[in-house]
Ligand binder design. Sequence first.
Ligand SMILES: [Zn+2]
Length: 120
Amino acid sequence: MECGKSFTIEDILKADGVPRCSCGGIIKPDVVLYEEGLDQNTIAKSIDAISKADVLIISGTTLVVQPAASFINYYRGNKMILINLSEVPNEERIDYVVHCKAGDVFGKMLLDLNKKFEEI
Ligand SMILES: [Zn+2]
């Protein structure tokens, strides 16, 4: 969190207690945690990609945490797919909703894709 240096998962697993960099800074995952701000360049790239997407798959979210929840408003297609265990507000705005664990769906998709590639 101080110098921006990257680490592998092995480095993190070797740490005793809170993982720290040689500069003394705490090592945290390169993801946005609750109450952290989003990088403006990342937001712009995300909105651009969503606005050009043919299919939009949303998973593991109830679409209530902003600003990420509002990103789906930039989607222009008619193939918006939500995969989430629980219901989300205003589901009628989504073209296709699957109520189950995202990991189960993506795990099955990976198995199916692996089989397909083995057949080729
Ligand atoms: Zn450091």
